[in-house]
Design a protein around this ligand. Structure first.
Ligand code: PLP
Length: 444
């Protein structure tokens, strides 16, 4: 019997024993192809020897020094690496231990920034329906994921929600892609005017949505309009790249492909590729100097921020990606994966949409392709797919929901950037068989 308080105590989980490249092996020797990187984390695969070497070297030097007493070289070097490749306005990096912590820091920084400027009424945040920004109280409040919010609703700040840029479900018949993007971006202006722009700190969203609807990029022009609206009303734009950042979509930062610069960008998962827990908040020079010239101190912090071993691991991960030109592989392998998924699953009557960017691909399952009617949530198709895939030796990240605002069943694929032809074939073969098996029993 286990004394671990597992997240789902009823689940019988295999014990992970070792990893090698894109594979994980359990204690019985069974092999699993990690086609989701856990949840878009393991972008280098497992047991990368250069990352392990960098971590060992750092531990042999100094394993921990508190950021209130010392800076450390890996933290300095990692900040330098990230800023040199980021949109030009992002100039400072604040390190934390994960995605929710990075989002919390962004929310508090936005509030403190306006306080320093004397704009004390700015306390509100705006986000999008069906969004997820983390599980701590502030980050959870900032998300529009109803089933996650519901049990804690009395504890959460209220956040006006606008439509996501979710073409498959939100675009109207006859509307052009451009008009659709401008319309849903325009909802931000309406929400700002309803809330009173003088009360709003920031708008937060994911440049490519991951956790709630399986890899949904925005249409062209959407983020340019979002940026314009934020500028017009003096509201900050926070890009949550916890999942879609660090090369996952084919560019180091996902916003690069939108040609806009956020005021704050948060990232985590792929930053340390799972070798260490680490997250980061990149901040514009304007926000940083306002704090420095104001109170001189960001009133926030955590014990493990800028952890030397975590920073050394992340630095080694990012150098490995760059030195091996893995972003080109993400673009090339991503296109190959999307094509193979479409050819294997495109005609399946329960597959409504296949979409994504780079090695961040999503499949949406529906009861009816014509009406886009979601599958009955009580069937828990996403959960059945997860179990059947694990039995077949494949890790994918299915998700689904039962409360309004969270529509349908989705499967997210986020394999490591090192995958080859054979791995793509294995992912598509196994996933295709699992989907056929699970939805095959449903009346079509
Ligand atoms: N933001 C996004 C977009 C995420 O996908 C996640 C996690 O899935 C988070 C924030 C929270 O990150 P973490 O689980 O590391 O706290």
């Amino acid at each position: 019997m286990t004394h671990v308080f597992h997240r789902n105590p009823r689940a019988e989980l295999p014990v992970a024993a070792r990893g090698e490249g894109p594979y994980i092996y359990d204690t019985s020797g069974k092999q699993y192809l990690d086609a989701s990187g856990g949840a878009a984390v393991s972008c280098l695969g497992h047991s990368n020897s250069s990352v392990a070497k960098a971590m060992k070297q750092q531990i042999d030097g100094i394993s921990f020094s508190h950021s209130g007493f010392f800076t450390n070289q890996p933290m300095e070097d990692l900040a330098d690496f990230l800023v040199k490749r980021a949109p030009a306005n992002l100039d400072r990096v604040y390190f934390v231990s994960g995605g929710s912590e990075a989002v919390e820091a962004a929310l508090k920084l936005a509030r403190q920034y306006f306080l320093e400027k004397g704009e004390t009424s700015r306390t509100r945040f705006i986000s999008r329906r069906q969004s997820y920004h983390g599980n701590t109280i502030g980050a959870l409040a900032a998300g529009g994921n109803q089933w996650r919010r519901e049990p804690y609703a009395p504890l959460l700040m209220s956040v006006p929600l606008i439509s996501p840029c979710y073409e498959y479900r939100e675009k109207k018949n006859g509307e052009t892609e451009w008009d659709f993007g401008q319309r849903v971006a325009g909802e931000l202006e309406t929400a700002l005017l309803d809330t009173g722009p003088e009360n709003v700190c920031a708008f937060i969203c994911e440049p490519v949505v991951g956790a709630t609807m399986g890899a949904v990029p925005a249409v062209k022009g959407y983020f340019k309009r979002i940026r314009e609206i934020c500028d017009q009303y003096g509201v900050l734009f926070i890009a949550d790249e916890v999942m879609c950042g660090m090369g996952r979509t084919g560019s180091l930062y996902a916003v690069e492909q939108e040609d806009v610069a956020p005021d704050i960008l948060v990232t985590a998962k792929g930053l340390g590729a799972g070798y260490q827990p680490i997250g980061a908040m990149l901040v514009s020079e304007g926000i940083f100097t306002t704090i420095v010239n104001g109170s001189g101190f960001f009133q926030h912090g955590h014990t493990y921020m800028g952890h030397p071993v975590a920073c050394a691991a992340a630095l080694a991960v990012q150098h490995y990606i760059e030195d091996n030109d893995l972003l080109s592989s993400v673009r090339h392998r991503g296109a190959q994966l999307a094509e193979a998924l479409t050819s294997r699953l495109g005609n399946n009557p329960f597959v409504g949409d296949i979409r994504g960017r780079g090695l961040f691909q999503g499949i949406e399952l529906v009861a009816d392709r014509m009406t886009k009617e979601p599958l009955d949530p009580s069937l828990k198709i996403h959960a059945k797919i997860k179990s059947a895939a694990m039995a077949a030796g494949l890790m994918c990240y299915p998700m689904g929901g039962t409360i309004d605002g969270q529509r349908g069943d989705h499967i997210l694929l986020a394999p490591p950037f090192i995958i080859n032809d054979g791995h793509i074939e294995e992912i598509v073969d196994k996933l295709g068989t699992v989907i056929d098996e699970i939805v095959g029993s449903l009346p079509s």
